[in-house]
Ligand binder design. Structure first.
Ligand code: IVH
Length: 665
């Protein structure tokens, strides 16, 4: 981005972030998720770091969030109430350490880490041990005097243990515990009152209530994290927490000191996984230089101390810029538009593209090349474009013309749009591109699992004209293959052998391998279990197909049509004449019969596909997202929070890999 572009972009980003902030913090309304807004702020701070001359005093990067409300008396803070700079990965965390090391010269230091509570900051002033003032953050310089409301919070001591002489100022976070929040909303639902959006907004709205009796009815909790004034100031943050406990405050139990950032990164990972089990919401980890005098010496830049950072847990949503929209042709000929964008981390993994589904979806969302979009992961797995931030749209963009693009990207293919469908499909399944897709699917792991038949070999075989349909792969000879550059004696024989070894596949795998629309792995298993023989599937009536457990109308129609087509009869006849025919299905039985499983995160002893196949072979049902019917969620490393939340919502048992291995024996 050159300077002029950066300048334009920074102005637009500022406006949008500012509007979000105002809506969220002042009006308690939400225009986008915090993750999306953080992502925009991060982009802005990167632009400002590259071109510091673009920094303006009113930039969101230069301010402390919040504004003083008119409803409460405004009081000056004893010292400015700061925020923290965010880091989003361990590289940024280590870069922070490197900067500190430079500034700290030869001083040796250690760290202190605590979970970042998702609530609202509050400063408490005690004189001769008695609570005299409670202030919200406000604009960081002046806060709102909410003392009468804070006095109703049971975890705020009105009198400190041991009543030190002089002034003590404690800062911390007011939160609403998740369970209390749920209870409160349940009560509101019962009384037909509008529901609250989340615990943090509820806590912040509650503390600004004008009637303290109402506040007392809304259970809030105060967790302390800092001492600002004290007659005998502790020397380290570790000691601060001990003193806070001694004075009578709650602090987070897991907070502790660390020798190195490497240790902290494991701590961060552990809590990323376990944080859903906590009674309160947390969105990251606060990491500080433990020694208070060094912390102080390092000073402040802008709104944040140099000696601390907040490591933010991966957002469920993030923003990025669409670089291109390409159309991909699936194995059934469906033309799917795909947005390609700058890589962005969403729910913990990097995503580079997202399906835009079909022409109608593009039209509805009006996604254009150059647009900034909000990305989220549906069911925690598949990246999706939530919406376009039209405020950030560059000047010269054009609406995406699907039909024109289709023609431009695939000049040699013909497309049609079946009645009542939003999807464009390529005509003629003998089209080389479609055949390539079909063959890749046929050879894929969950289908016939021919690992030597990868994308490159498939392309070579189809392009040479040696393979004109799926069955042709069983006719390949050594002499033929040796004519292709890709193959030598050994590799040719290897391919032929591995193809030949699949001549009697399981019925379910074969059904799936045929690539019949809507027939996924589980459906194929259900059909195989019901009919036992491939011939029985082919001769079944539509009614018989619809009557199978797990097969709905759409699948039944699709199967029926497939077996009705002359081309497909010929294909099956060809398979049979080549000695390729699935074995009759045997009754599946096994320790997992009737139980459904979702497997998530990464497993140590096997891949997710292997675990899925194992589940199925033991009679279990493998599902891709947690729902009402899910019995077990197998949680590998880095399991996303939303999966775990769903599991608790649907009473799904969460088990780890070890327990899963025990179950499958
Ligand atoms: S230490 C300079 N520890 O996060 C402020 N803050 O953006 C240092 N927060 O203003 C604060 N949990 O309101 C600290 N365990 C924790 C925290 C925490 C939540 C809030 C706090 C702060 C904001 C930083």
């Amino acid at each position: 981005m050159n300077f002029e572009e950066a300048k334009k972009r920074a102005i637009k980003l500022r406006e949008l972030i500012n509007d979000y902030r105002y809506q969220y913090h002042v009006l308690d309304r939400s225009t986008m998720s915090e993750g999306a807004s953080d992502s925009l702020k991060h982009e802005l701070s990167e632009i400002e770091a590259k071109y510091p001359e673009l920094i303006t005093p009113d930039s969101p990067t230069q301010r402390v969030a919040g504004e003083v409300s008119k409803a409460f008396r405004s009081v000056a803070h004893s010292s400015r109430m700061l925020s923290l700079n965010d880091v989003f990965n361990s590289d940024e965390l280590f870069a922070w350490e490197a900067r500190i090391k430079k500034l700290a010269k030869n001083e040796i230091f250690n760290f202190f880490a605590d979970l970042k509570l998702d609530g609202l900051a509050c400063a408490l002033r005690y004189e001769q041990g008695l609570l005299t003032l409670a202030l919200t953050r406000g604009d960081g310089v002046r806060g709102e005097d909410v003392t009468i409301n804070v006095r109703t919070i049971e975890s705020v001591p009105l009198k400190l243990n041991d009543m030190p002489d002089g002034v003590v100022e404690v800062r911390g976070e007011i939160v609403m515990y998740k369970e209390k929040f749920e209870q409160l909303n349940a009560e509101r639902k019962a009384n037909n009152l509008p529901l609250f959006a989340n615990p943090r907004n509820t806590a912040s709205g509650t503390i600004r209530q004008l009637d303290p009796r109402l506040v007392a009815k809304r259970p809030l909790t105060f967790h302390a994290y800092d001492i600002i004034q004290h007659p005998k100031m502790p020397k380290t943050h570790m000691e601060v927490y001990a003193e806070l406990n001694r004075l009578g405050f709650i602090t987070n139990k897991m907070a502790k000191d660390f020798k190195s950032l490497t240790e902290i990164t494991s701590f961060i990972k552990k809590w990323e996984m376990d944080r859903t089990s906590l009674p309160y919401n947390t969105d990251g980890m606060v990491i500080k230089i433990n020694d208070k005098s060094l912390y102080k010496k390092l000073g402040v830049v802008g709104k944040a101390p140099r000696g601390a950072v907040a490591y933010k847990y991966p957002a469920e949503e993030a923003t990025t810029v669409v670089k291109d929209i390409v159309i991909s042709i699936g194995r059934t000929g469906a033309a799917t538009p795909v947005a390609v964008f700058d890589p962005v981390v969403v729910s913990g993994s990097t995503v580079k593209h997202a399906s835009l589904h079909n022409a109608d979806e593009i039209e509805r969302k009006d996604v254009r090349v150059g647009d900034t979009v909000i990305i989220y992961k549906a069911g925690d797995i598949i990246p999706q474009v939530e919406r376009v931030l039209k405020e950030l749209r560059p000047d010269k963009t054009r609406r995406y013309n699907f039909e024109a693009e289709l023609e431009a990207q695939y000049p040699d293919m013909e497309f049609y749009r079946p009645e009542g469908e939003a999807v464009y499909r390529a005509k003629g399944t003998s089209d080389p591109l479609l055949l390539k897709r079909a063959l890749q699917h046929f050879a894929s792991k969950s289908a016939l699992d021919i690992d030597t038949l990868g994308e490159k070999n498939v392309n070579a075989l189809v392009e040479s004209g040696m393979v004109k349909d799926l069955a042709d792969i069983y006719t390949l000879t050594n002499e033929q293959l040796l004519k292709l550059d890709r193959f030598a004696e050994v590799s040719a024989q290897k391919l032929i052998d591995s193809i030949a070894s699949t001549k009697t596949p399981q019925l379910s795998r074969f059904l799936y391998a045929l690539g019949i629309r809507h027939v996924g792995v589980q459906t194929a298993i259900d059909i195989a279990q019901h009919f036992k023989k491939l011939d029985n599937v082919g001769t079944a009536t539509l009614e018989e197909l619809k009557a199978i457990d797990g097969v709905g109308d759409i699948v039944a129609d699709s199967l029926y049509l497939w077996f009705d087509e002359e081309d497909n009869h010929q294909l099956l006849a060809k398979f049979r004449s080549l000695g390729v025919w699935p074995a009759d299905a045997v009754q599946l039985g096994g320790v997992l019969t009737g139980k459904s499983f979702v497997i998530t995160g990464s497993l140590k002893t096997m891949s997710r596909d292997e675990a899925a196949n194992k589940t199925r072979s033991l009679g279990g049902i493998y599902q891709t997202s947690v729902g009402k019917t899910t019995d077990y969620l197998v949680a590998g490393a880095n399991t996303g929070m939303s999966k775990l939340e769903k599991a608790s919502k649907y009473n799904t048992k969460v088990i780890d890999e070890k327990t899963f291995l025990k179950l499958i024996g």
